[in-house]
Design a protein around this ligand. Structure first.
Ligand SMILES: [Fe+2]
Length: 338
């Protein structure tokens, strides 16, 4: 704990939600936690669930009359999404699952500051906070203008210690957001412009000899921000729904799941799938294989249901009759090839 900063006054306190990766780190020592502030570590080994968000909210409000001044989220996409959800819930009350959907948040959350320590998910810029609801077999966020961070600190020094594979998988989330957006039918001129520049930056980073040099980390941080901004004005496509199936049913992390799906997307995004494989090769990344072979009928059914439920992105990619293209058999065949 540091000395109390002179510009701060005692209020309802700040909620610091910090990725558990930084427990016992120098970064945490530097945080100005004082007065009635609370420091909470977010377990990022699993993606956020609605139940976990409710638990973090309870911790954030413990010992208070139900109010806080602000929320600071420091970490990767899971931590940033948790911070956004907690901020919304402090103001709006209720449970996380009450707001899974579009424009269900009624009023602004408390002031929220985002500090990404990983680049690629775009969580720092997006207007959603993705949460898994296992009771409903649903992966869906609070899609709302109120979910957007009020302020961001983008500092590429914070991504220096990210493991190489994780850096690649997470960065590729931006690449995939942008190719899905640009290949969709629900287009937006601003989203297109953001996506194109984010793709330029991704190509530069992932064709580099050292994708983690400081200048490349800066580029990827900007690409992630632009990609996240693009997705606020457009939709993803085929990759993210299938990726959500992998996360829901087999617990594969979002960014790795995206890459596993992208590897079998030649029928849907042929040029982009080829580019993706070149980047995998250039960076010497090994993708897991055979994850979905030999599953039970119930598991294939669950994979299909958890994918096909994402109607908006699938319609964006394949049109209103997407179910004629992505039949139960076709979806299973794609999963088996992963
Ligand atoms: Fe994503």
């Amino acid at each position: 704990m540091q000395e109390e900063p002179s510009l701060r006054t005692a209020g309802e306190g700040v909620v610091f939600l910090v990725d558990s990766y930084f427990q016992n780190s120098e970064l945490v020592e530097r945080l100005p936690v004082c007065y009635s502030d609370v420091l909470i570590f977010v377990d990022s080994s699993h993606e956020p669930t609605t139940d976990a968000v409710d638990d973090y909210l309870a911790k954030a409000l413990a010992g208070t009359a139900g109010q806080r001044d602000s929320v600071v989220g420091i970490g990767g996409g899971s931590t940033l999404d948790t911070a956004k959800a907690v901020s919304n819930l402090i103001s709006n009350g209720g449970k996380a699952e009450d707001y899974q959907g579009w424009n269900l948040v009624q009023k602004p959350g408390v002031f929220k500051l985002g500090v990404p320590t990983l680049s690629g998910t775009g969580a720092e810029a997006s207007r959603t906070c993705v949460m898994m609801n296992h009771a409903k077999n649903l992966k869906l966020g609070m899609n709302s203008d109120y979910t957007v961070f009020d302020r961001l600190i983008l500092d590429a020094e914070l991504t220096a210690t990210v493991p190489r594979d994780q850096y690649f998988f997470t960065g590729l989330d931006t690449y995939i957001h942008c190719i899905e957006s640009l290949n969709g039918s629900f287009r937006h001129a601003v989203a297109d412009a953001y996506s194109r520049e984010a793709l330029n930056l991704c190509h530069d980073v992932f064709s580099a000899e050292d994708m983690m040099a400081l200048d490349k980390r800066e580029m990827l941080m900007v690409a992630s921000f632009l990609g996240g901004s693009a997705i606020g004005n457009s939709f993803v496509g085929v990759v993210h729904p299938l990726s959500a199936g992998l996360s829901m049913v087999l617990g594969v992390h979002h960014c790795e799941a995206n890459c596993l799906v992208m590897n079998v997307m030649d029928d849907f995004y042929p040029a982009e799938a080829a580019t993706f494989r070149r980047m995998v090769e250039k960076q010497n990344i090994s993708l897991r294989t055979g994850l979905c072979r030999g599953l039970s009928d119930d598991q294939y059914e669950a994979l299909f249901n958890a994918s096909i439920i994402h109607e908006k992105p699938l319609e964006n990619a394949l049109g209103p009759n997407f179910r004629n293209v992505l039949t139960r058999e076709r979806v299973q065949e794609l999963f088996v090839r992963m």
